[in-house]
Design a protein around this ligand. Structure first.
Ligand code: PMP
Length: 324
């Protein structure tokens, strides 16, 4: 299919319309589809809204993904930390808006809505006074309504709730277009992407097509439905942890427990491995944690029905009974 065809432009138009309807997007926001995942946007953010290398941006580093974003941004701008967690505290809790130290000359504030690896989530967005907010929504995107008064740039790799990997949803407040540095690499350049209708190079047509199908499906239910589903599913799993007398341990501050990624450990690494093997044999796959941090993790995106979480709950309870 030609990417200059009317069929493709119809597909792109419909995807944008369905996404706008689903997330209730105000007209002054641009919808862009990019490639190379959220990672390319870690690079793009400072180029587009950071200005010169001498400028400063504030990063709220709360775990693996926001740390990756800050590490990349440091190559192109000064990064001011928004809080100073105690040793490894960032793995289990999040700073409230009042605890954030936003650099006075900050060009923007960056944070991650849901730290996929550690299972910590902002249930209300952070608030900044007059400083643009960039939010990595990758793992919570389309699982709850979005308050656009609190977000200027929303970065979301598609592969959790929207479509296959290889396509990224990028939403930008149009007021921020036109601030890019002169040396912005072309594939990082939001303004050029926007001005040329969203697709400067050959788009990933098939991925966009699948996103379109998913958007139509999600629209039938709406984001409140998925928010409610995520709450119900994760409650089933957190209730198992909380009633297990420490057999399953989740150290996350209850206020910031993720509705999407529930992480836990057992008594030791050996016990984690034993549990993971038994789960695998019972058909509960991919419950292991991130390679770098270990442990176990239940990832429940929009496609997981409540019955899936119920079955896992039953399995986990039974496993504990058998071990004790
Ligand atoms: N941010 C978050 C919150 C993520 O969960 C991930 C991937 N799991 C990324 C960024 C990176 O996305 P990608 O690999 O598509 O660049």
């Amino acid at each position: 299919m030609s990417t200059r065809s009317k069929e493709f432009s119809q597909l792109a138009k419909e995807c944008e319309k369905d996404l706008r309807d689903l997330v209730n997007l105000p007209d002054n926001y641009a919808v862009l589809w990019t490639q190379s995942g959220a990672f390319l946007q870690f690079t793009s953010v400072p180029f587009n809204i950071g200005g010169s290398r001498e400028n400063t941006a504030t990063y709220v580093e709360t775990g693996h993904w926001s740390m990756e974003a800050a590490k990349e941004a440091r190559k192109f701008i000064n990064v001011a930390p928004a809080w100073k967690p105690q040793q490894e505290e960032y793995l289990f809790t999040l700073p409230e808006t009042e605890e954030l130290n936003i650099h006075k000359d900050s060009k923007y504030v960056y944070y991650c809505d849901n730290e996929t690896v550690h299972g910590v989530e902002y249930h209300t967005p952070i608030v900044t006074e007059g400083v643009p907010v960039v939010c990595d929504m990758t793992s919570s995107y389309l699982t709850k309504p979005i308050d656009w008064d609190r977000v200027d740039v929303a970065i979301s790799s598609a592969q959790k709730n929207l479509g296959p990997s290889g396509i990224t949803s990028l939403i930008v407040n149009k007021d921020l277009l036109g601030r890019k540095r002169d040396d912005t690499p072309i594939m990082c350049d939001w303004e050029t992407q926007h001005n040329c209708g969203g697709f400067y190079n050959t788009p990933n047509v098939f991925a966009l097509y699948l996103c379109g199908l998913t958007l139509k499906h999600l629209k039938k239910f709406g984001l409140e439905f998925y928010d409610d589903l995520a709450k119900q599913r994760s409650k089933l799993i957190y209730d198992v942890f909380d009633s297990s007398n420490g057999f399953y341990k989740n150290k996350v501050n209850p206020k910031h427990r993720s509705r999407i990624n529930c992480q836990f450990t057992l008594k030791s690494k050996e016990e984690d491995d034993k549990f993971l093997k038994a789960a695998d044999e019972a058909g509960f796959l991919f419950l292991y944690g991130h390679d770098k941090y270990g442990g176990c993790r239940v990832n429940m995106y929009n496609a997981m029905p409540l019955e899936g979480a119920e079955k896992l709950r039953n399995f986990m309870k039974q496993y504990q009974d058998e071990q004790e």
